[in-house]
Design a protein around this ligand. Structure first.
Ligand code: 6GU
Length: 286
């Protein structure tokens, strides 16, 4: 996969030399190139922004500078030319759809991503409009409900999430199967290693038992209980048809019932959002 990142802070992306993503680059699995947006400015001050039409606070990034940069890194025609399909443009922005593992999985199938990191109040809206109109897929994505100063940290998050899904990047592909936000729709169960006693705390006995079926059942109970305590939105999204009787008992113990083929907190009026009770990890695991 090829990934081009355009930013006014190329040094921000230096972390992508490290760890798994850095290894993937050195192994030739990921061709990642970081570009300085100011290389496409034409004035003495290398200006990338200006005041917003309509007034208001802050500055907006100019479409002409972004257009020159993106035409260069994506290929100007958008028809893919002779070097593959048109690039998929990713624009990190707090006003985008929330980036999830599903987005990471979809982006990991692309041949060429271009990530446009905005700063200030964002990029002139015509940039996204123009690249959509010229045949590019464009994804405006947020990494969560909080505000960052620019798209660079979000780009790091997305590139790491996508990069580890590329074939050959994670040594043991099995480790991608059971993790949180996988297909089961549950958070991951708690994990333990040696020593078996530490700080007065014992590893749960079942994990030392060597009884594979009991370990699997315990882990699933823990995943269900954690998800119920921390992520009621994920419990609501579960298909009760994929749950066995024991699963439903664990959820019932946490106040979840099946009604009209969907999971619902008993006692809640349909349509009334549930107030999280702030349950701690310790309360979950017991
Ligand atoms: Cl993608 N950008 C900025 N500036 N802030 C964010 C974000 C992105 N996602 C969450 N907050």
């Amino acid at each position: 996969m090829r990934v081009d990142v355009v930013t006014i802070f190329p040094d921000y992306l230096a972390a992508l030399d490290l760890s798994l993503v850095g290894k993937a680059r050195r192994a030739g699995l990921l061709d990642l190139r970081v570009h300085d947006l100011r290389d496409w400015t034409s004035d003495r001050h290398r200006t990338v922004d200006d005041t917003p039409f309509g007034g208001g606070a802050g500055m907006v990034m100019r479409p002409d500078v972004w257009g020159r940069a993106l035409d260069d890194v994506m290929g100007a025609t958008g028809d893919g030319g002779d070097d593959g399909p048109p690039a998929h443009l990713v624009v990190p922005t707090p006003s985008g759809e929330v980036f999830t593992q599903r987005h990471a999985e979809a982006l990991a199938t692309e041949e060429h991503l271009v990530v446009a990191c905005g700063r200030y109040e964002g990029i002139d809206a015509r940039v996204v409009e123009h690249y959509r109109a010229t045949g590019h897929r464009v994804s405006e994505l947020s990494i969560g409900d909080y505000v960052l100063n620019g798209g660079e940290v979000a780009a790091l998050v997305m590139i790491e999430a996508v990069g580890r899904l590329l074939p050959g990047v994670v040594g043991n592909p099995e480790s991608l199967v059971e993790e949180s936000h996988g297909a089961a729709g549950l958070l991951e169960y708690p994990v333990y290693t040696k020593p078996p006693a530490w700080a007065g705390l014992e590893v749960p006995e079942v994990l030392l038992s060597g009884h594979h079926a009991r370990v699997e059942r315990w882990r699933r109970d823990q995943a269900l209980a954690r998800t119920a305590a921390r992520r009621p939105d994920m419990v609501e999204a579960l298909d009760p048809g994929t749950l066995d009787r024991h699963d439903l008992e664990v959820l019932a113990g946490r106040g979840w019932v099946v009604e009209d083929g969907r999971l619902r907190r008993s006692g809640d009026e349909p349509g009334e959002p549930h107030e999280p009770d702030g349950g701690t990890a310790a309360a979950v695991a017991e």
